[in-house]
Design a protein around this ligand. Structure first.
Ligand code: PNS
Length: 164
C-alpha cells in the first residue's frame, strides 16, 4: 500500500490545494492531507478550523484523509509509512522555497518529495492572496470551497464590527 502526504498550513485550504490532492490520489493508494505549523507564518484560522475546512474540502476523494503533523513532517512520514511527500508547484518562486524543504525532509528521514504541476487555472491562487482579496471585499467563490468562502466572509464581518 502506497501512502503519500500532502502537507501544508492550509490557512485556509483552496481549490488549488484540492487539485493537488486529487492528482496525488490518482497516483497513491492513500493520501494524507497533513496540517502542519509553519513557524514563519501567523495563522488566521485555528488548527481545528483548518482541519475541519480540509476535511470537508476533500470528503469526495475516497482515498484521502486529513491529519495533523504533531512535530516534524519528516518524522510524521516515517511514522505513518508514507513513501512520498506530494507538493504542488505554481511557479519558479514556489520551486525556490520548496527545494530547501524537500532536501531538508530527505536529509531528516530519507522521504522523497514529488512535485506536481497544478491546474494553471489555480496558478494565482494562494491562501494569503485569497485572504487579502476576501478581506477587501473581492470575490473568491471560484478560488476556495464554498464553506471556506463563508468562513472568510464571517471573519470579515467580525473584523468590520470590531473596527466600528
Ligand atoms: O503551506 P505551507 O505553509 O508552505 O506548509 C509548510 C509546512 C506546514 C508543510 C511546513 O512548515 C512543515 O512541514 N511544518 C512541520 C514542521 C517541519 O517539519 N518543519 C521543517 C520543514 S523542512
Amino acid at each position: 500500500m502506497t501512502i503519500a502526504v500532502c502537507p501544508g498550513s492550509f490557512d485556509p485550504i483552496t481549490l488549488g490545494h484540492v487539485d493537488v490532492v486529487r492528482r496525488a490520489s490518482a497516483m497513491f493508494d492513500e493520501v494524507v492531507v497533513a496540517l502542519g505549523r509553519n513557524a514563519v507564518k501567523h495563522h488566521l484560522f485555528s488548527l481545528e478550523e483548518r482541519r475541519t475546512f480540509a476535511e470537508e474540502a476533500v470528503c469526495d476523494i475516497p482515498n484521502a484523509r486529513v491529519d495533523v503533523i504533531p512535530g516534524l513532517l519528516a518524522e510524521y512520514c516515517t511514522q505513518i509509512g508514507a513513501c512520498a511527500i506530494v507538493k504542488g508547484l505554481r511557479s519558479g518562486a514556489d520551486y525556490e522555497s520548496e527545494q530547501a524543504m524537500s532536501l531538508m525532509n530527505r536529509h531528516l528521514s530519507g522521504v522523497e518529495t514529488i512535485f506536481v504541476m497544478g491546474d494553471p487555472a489555480f496558478g494565482h491562487v494562494a491562501s494569503s492572496l485569497v485572504k487579502d482579496v476576501a478581506f477587501h471585499g473581492g470575490c473568491i467563490d471560484d478560488l476556495v470551497p464554498a464553506h471556506v468562502a463563508q468562513a472568510l466572509a464571517r471573519v470579515r464581518r467580525e473584523r468590520e464590527i470590531k473596527e466600528k
